[in-house]
Every structure is written in C-alpha cells, then in structure tokens.
Design a protein around this ligand. Sequence first.
Ligand code: UD1
Ligand code: CA
Length: 458
Amino acid sequence: MAAGKGTRLKSKRAKVLHEIGGKALLRHVIASASQIVPPHDIFVVIGHEASHVEAAVKDTGVKFVHQAEQRGTGHAIQVAQSAVQGYSSLLVLSGDVPLLKPETIARLRDFHFEQRAAMTILTAAPDDPAGYGRVLRQKPGSPEVAAIIEQKALSSEQQNLHEINSGIYAFETKPLFAHIGEIRADNAHGEYYLTDLASLLVEAGERVVAIEAPHAAEVLGANTIAEMMDLDRELRMETARKLMANGVTIIRPDTVMIDSSVEVGADTIIEPFVQLLGETRIGEDCRIRSYSVIEDSTLDDHVLVRQGCVIVGSRIAHSALIGPFSHLRPESDIGEGAHIGNFVETKKAKVGPGSKANHLTYLGDTEIGTGSNIGAGVITCNYDGVHKHRTLIGDRVFVGSDSTLVAPLTVGDGSYIAAGSCITEDVPENSLALGRSRQTTKEGWATSKHGSDKSHTR
Ligand code: UD1
Ligand code: CA
C-alpha cells in the first residue's frame, strides 16, 4: 500500500518517496519483499503522485494497481482485488514501514500457514505505542485476535493496550474478499479501514491470529518527518554497526552519515562528521578525515582523504592522498600515490600515478601522465564558451605555478613550463615553454621617485 498522501508530513512529495538511509521508503519495502516473492508477484497500490511513485520504483520489476481516490487502507486492498485474485494467499505490507526485514516477513508467512488463519497480523510492543492501532487478543497470551482498534477509537481502559498493529498482514484471499465489502467508513476519518477486517472475520467465524515482531524498531512507521528521521538514524546506525563488525573503525558513529549501499574494507578509519553516500566503495587501511563527503566513488586501499573534501563519481587508486579541501567532480580518476591538495578542483581528469597537484588548481577534461608536477594555481582553460577541449600532459612534466593551459593542448613528456605562462601551443617533449612577458627592473627607480624624502627608505 503506497497510495496515501501522507498528510502528516506536510510535504508536496509523496510520503513513500521520502528517503531514509539514502533510499526511498518504498524502495526499502520492495527490497525486503523481493527477498520473499519475485518482483512480478508484488503489486504496489499507488494513487497520490502516482506517476512519480511509479517512475521511482519501476526498475524493480513490480506491478502497479491504481487507487485513484484514497479512501483508506481497506479501500486500497479492495481496488487490488482483480489484480491479485489468482493468488490463494496475500502478504500486505505498508509503503511507510521501511525497516521490515525479509526474515520477519517470512516468519509472518510461516506462522500464518501453521495457524491455518484467514488473517495474521504482525504486531510489536514499542516503548511508545501512541498513534498506532492496538491489537486486542481474545485472551491474554492467546494467538487469537478479537479486533484491531485504531488509536482514536480506544476506550479509556483500552488506552493501556501496548501491542500495536504494524499494518503488515497475511491473508487468505477468499475470506479477505468475501468480507472486505462489509467494512464501513464510520470512523474519525471517514475512511475504509483494513483493520476492521479483524473483527469482521472473527464475527464470520474465521481465524484471526497475531505474531509479534522480534524487534519493535523494525515495524515502526514513518508518518511525520521527525519519525522518518528517527528511522533514518536507526538505519544508518545499523549500517555503521555492520561496518564496525567487519573491522572498520568509525569514531563517533552517531555523527557520520553512511548510506546502506556503502561498502568499506577492514582497518579503514572514518572520523566524525563524514558522509559516505550512494554506490561508494572504500578499500582497506584508508582514513577518511572529518567533514569529507564521498558519493558514488571508489577508493582503493591505503587512501588518505584529509579534512573537508567533496568527492563525487570518482575513482582513487591505492595510496593516493587527497585534501584537505579538494573537490573531485565526476569522472576524476586519481592514480596510485598521486596527490591532490587543498583547493584543487578536478573534473573528467585522469591524474597518473605519483603525479601531484597540491595547491589551488583547476584540472578539467585533462589527462596527466606519471610523475608530473602541477604547480600552485595552474588552470586548464578547457572551455571556449561553446565547447570543452582536452589538455594532455605527459609523464614527468613540470608545470610552473600560476600557468594557464589553453586547451586543446598537448604537453610532451619531460617538458617544463615556466611559472606564470599562458600556454596556447603544443609543447613537444623535453622542452621548456615560456609564455609570459620578460621582467624589466629599473634600478634606483624608487629612490629617484622619492627624491630626498628619506622617510620612505628609513
Ligand atoms: C495504519 C493502521 C494502524 C497501524 C499503522 C501502522 C489502518 C486503518 N491503520 O495506520 O492500525 O498501527 O498503519 O503503521 O490501516 N494507503 C493507501 N491508500 C489509502 C490509505 C493509505 O495506499 O487510501 C497506504 C499509505 O500510503 C501507507 C499505508 O497505506 O503506506 C498506511 O496508511 P497510513 O495512512 O499511514 O495508516 P496509519 O494511520 O499509519
Ligand atoms: Ca502509517
């Protein structure tokens, strides 16, 4: 069920597309469900912002059911009837309960079949049950359920019921659709509540049971931004714990932000306030210093990223040294043992093994060979206002500080470029290129200017 608006979020975007751990809520749910049934047996009920929701998860291979008007969770299942009537049993998941584990779905399914129930409810006992529907068992400790009572309908003595409905169920299709039409919208919201089916099925002599989830945190819902950020923290902490269990040191893990998709090798140290996002892979024995943000990038072993770097869509080879304050934009490819220093920006830049650009440099659309040195303040002028052009720099090249390299340009192996040059023509190998005006010094100029006024020279 993913059709609801998520009114309590106060957001223009559909609730199920809000992200935790760097991934939309609905994608988390689909990922778990896909471990239990193949994607072509998963039906996503969409309604609010349907086209966006569909586009965002289409690639998973699930199918879609349209609930044009969102008249409650009972109505959501009703509109899915024709799509799912070929199945004898159904699992119903909520698009806004994203931490649910596949093992727990499997437990629910197995318990449902063991109990030969018409409806099985996954429940939990969180510290604070406020806001959730409560499950009323027929007798305390009995698997059998009498009813689910929504928060707003709780009587004063029912307020202390602490077992909550997770909104996740298993059903036998036949009794489900035989009785779904009996649901009435006579409640606080004027909606058709799927939860009413519990008591309706019991009245019809069907068996309704409940099983408690092993960890309440797994079935917490996300109805407000604050609840969502609680789940985000929970998920990221779980990712951090998993990495630490595999030998990664994360100092102050409460301050880092690591997406669940990220992989890190053993003996790597991650300092406080680091963000590792998207499809990022970091090798062993690396150190990622504070305030660096690394997204969709691959770092080999023994890489040192100093403080404050932004690295996106890049590759960094063994033993390279980055930062502090480097900006590696997409398609930067930094070779083994290369150095990229402070206030250096790279984009579509291949920097060969052992080459260095340590200070205040822009390297765009460029390829640099092995062991070259790019001096402070060097700029590749890659853009003529219309097109981008490439700068090719060979091996063992020395580019003096504050040079501008106007692309398209090739600088041959072993060449030197004098500091302060503006280079517009190719430089053959082993040459020295100068592209600047010669210095003139006028000796004694200052003395004659100031005349006998000694106050300036004292
Ligand atoms: C629901 C349960 C409540 C349970 C809680 C657990 C009902 C009436 N109540 O409440 O007992 O404790 O989940 O998280 O079911 N949706 C649709 N179409 C609709 C309405 C909702 O697809 O017409 C979807 C929503 O997008 C959402 C899910 O169903 O993914 C649950 O809806 P929501 O409104 O969040 O239900 P809760 O009030 O949380
Ligand atoms: Ca909810």
